[in-house]
Design a protein. Structure first.
Lengths: 68, 68
């Protein structure tokens, strides 16, 4: 199992959290997504590490950006 | 035709606008809904005036409140 945490900017409400959660959940191999609206922390658990590019694409698809 | 404008508090992003628009659109007789995210103004056009209670219920269902 793998766990990665990224920080997502621009999420302002629970709908934003849902949008990010849905997109990241669709990445193959992802088994869990936890989003902290206040800090922007998105913790992804997966069978194997997820490529940064796949995470970035999912966050972009949801309409947000990864910080840094 | 009737037009009513209410002010809704708590909308923070486009997802919120969509949630409010969807719920108000479902009120029978409503033909159009325009939401201004910045001001919270929600303008409802309808065949006949919509009861305040129906508007309040729709906004509540979306997860928001009418101001005042």
């Amino acid at each position: 199992m793998s766990e990665q945490t990224i920080t997502v900017t621009g999420m302002s409400c629970q709908h934003c959290v849902n949008a990010v959660t849905e997109e990241v959940t669709e990445i193959p191999g992802v088994t869990g997504v936890e989003v902290n609206l206040e800090t922007g922390a998105v913790t992804v658990t997966s069978e194997a590490p997820v490529a940064d590019s796949a995470l970035a694409a999912a966050i972009d698809e949801a309409g947000y950006s990864i910080k840094g």
